[in-house]
Design a binder for this molecule. Structure first.
Ligand SMILES: Nc1ncnc2c1ncn2[C@@H]1O[C@H](COP(=O)(O)OP(=O)(O)OP(=O)(O)O)[C@@H](O)[C@H]1O
Ligand SMILES: [Mg+2]
Length: 464
């Protein structure tokens, strides 16, 4: 549900209060809130509080004139439209007004139709921007994709690649350091692809004894070797019609690689001890945390197999290169483990969040997950503190690193507020405090539109 957005605000600045009633009538009919100041100084000093979307400013006033007010308003809030009014128009001031960034220039006495059209235009512009923002938010990059959490551009690209490739390709190589989520990507590829109703089987190429491996993959016939008392179907045949996930494919014995190539390329497998070739239709997703290309170059991995597997490669960057994912991952893991340990842990403190942001995470997401799990067990409060996390990290051998990175903030974010990190909440609150509650300024500091900031404030139940 979208929280209510405040009505558009019109500020009228004129030393002559007489024009106000008519302007009010026109503006209110268009849904504007109308405010009035009778001199430029008060208008400028009150800008933070008034926070207008559009201002009608008289050009000739005692003290600060309309052009001064225009300049100050443009500086304070470039989003605010300013319309100048004058009873004594000259070409010069008209030019200056437009150069100063005025939306338009109205002559007194007013042409009310023109005023109505101008204000309606401003209102439509605001609504359009609103609609765009909301559309942005609704097609906003998904924070969660088939069990994977990721808000960084890098992870959004991964989600994109999975969506695009899954229906069409039969072989994908997933690369990335340990714990970056390669297995999750494999599962997502299967889930999004056409074979989702069929089997998804996993073989870990490093965990199988070499001599048994061929049989594991391709099966054997009775009597094929000592101990082969029965015919056995290999995983390739077992996964027929579905997906086979070959984890740690870089560990696959060289002697078996030509057979794997044949299975991948031609869909042909041969049970050990049999001369029959069987056809299978299996999608193969291979994963590795090694540099397979280098291995191929050095003769540790067959080049032909490497090229066949790597036609489509999805690479998962290490967590330290996509730190903006950390708050989202943390929130999801806290939720998961709080439920598991049966305690109402709602999040992490700001200090804790900074600690997580700075850590090097050599074990990537898996390590973060383990740290959060341990911290949930250690903690006895509603929030995980930096001490809980430091203890949990000490166990995992993580050193707290130095400089805190920039914290991300994205206005298209329409995420579940429970998923919003305390860092973002604190960040918004701090900026509001620093700017003395000036939302236009705060929005600029945060790099979001004013309207989007209103949404955050409403959604997070913050005090402005
Ligand atoms: N983007 C993510 N969102 C949520 N959980 C994740 C994400 N990436 C990884 N994880 C979690 O981290 C752990 C490790 O993920 P996964 O097993 O997929 O990593 P991997 O790349 O296969 O690691 P390895 O190379 O060590 O096998 C799992 O518990 C997984 O659920
Ligand atoms: Mg893995």
């Amino acid at each position: 549900m979208t929280p209510p957005v405040p009505p558009a605000r019109l500020l009228v600045v004129d030393d002559d209060k007489g024009i106000l009633p008519v302007i009010e009538r026109v503006a209110r009919a268009l849904g504007f809130d109308v405010q009035f100041r009778d001199n430029g100084r008060e208008a400028i000093d009150g800008l933070e509080e008034l926070d207008p979307d559009v201002a009608l400013v008289d050009l000739q006033m005692p003290g600060l004139n309309g052009l001064d007010v225009l300049r100050a308003m443009r500086d304070a809030d470039p989003d605010c439209r300013v319309i100048l009014m004058t009873g004594n128009p000259t070409i010069d001031t008209a030019v200056q007004a437009v150069q100063g960034g005025a939306l338009d220039y109205l002559e007194k006495p007013f042409d009310f139709d023109r005023l109505r059209r101008l204000l309606a235009g401003v209102r439509d512009g605001i609504e359009r921007r609103e609609a765009l923002l909301q559309a942005d938010a609704s097609v906003a990059q998904r924070v969660e994709f088939h069990g994977m959490i990721g808000r960084s551009p890098e992870m959004q690209q991964v989600f994109d690649a999975i969506t695009r490739y899954a229906p069409h390709v039969r072989t994908v190589l997933v690369t990335g350091e340990t714990g970056t989520g390669k297995e999750l990507v494999a599962k997502a590829l299967h889930a999004v692809g056409r074979r989702h109703a069929r089997r998804f089987l996993t073989v870990n190429c490093s965990a199988v004894v070499e001599t048994l491996f061929e049989s594991e993959l391709f099966g054997h016939v009775r009597g094929a070797f000592t101990g082969a008392s029965d015919t056995k179907v290999g995983v390739f045949e077992h996964a027929d019609g579905g997906t086979l996930f070959l984890d740690e494919v870089g560990e696959l014995p060289l002697t078996l690689q030509p057979k794997l190539l044949r299975a991948v390329e031609n869909g042909e497998v041969q049970r050990v001890g049999s001369l029959d070739t069987r056809k299978v239709d299996v999608s193969v997703i291979a994963a590795t945390n090694r540099d397979l290309k280098a291995d191929a170059g050095a003769g540790r991995f067959r080049s032909d197999l490497y090229y066949r597997l790597s036609i489509i490669e999805i690479h998962l960057p290490p967590l330290r290169d996509r730190r903006e994912d950390i708050p989202y991952l943390t929130a999801a893991f806290v939720r998961e483990f709080a439920a598991r340990v049966g305690r109402p842990i709602t999040g992490v403190t700001t200090a804790a969040e900074l600690l997580l942001q700075r850590a090097p995470w050599p074990g990537n997401v898996r390590e973060l997950r383990n740290v959060v799990e341990r911290a949930c067990i250690l903690s006895d409060g509603r929030m995980l503190t930096d001490r809980d996390l430091a203890s949990a990290m000490a166990i995992s051998g993580q050193a707290a690193a130095s400089a805190p990175p920039m914290l991300p903030f994205d206005e298209a974010d329409d995420a579940d507020p429970n998923l919003l990190s305390t860092v973002q909440r604190d960040q918004i609150q701090r900026v509001l405090l620093d700017t003395g509650g000036n939302k236009a300024k705060a929005a600029r500091v945060l790099g979001v539109s004013r309207r989007s900031l209103y949404r955050w404030i409403e959604r997070l139940h913050l005090e402005a």
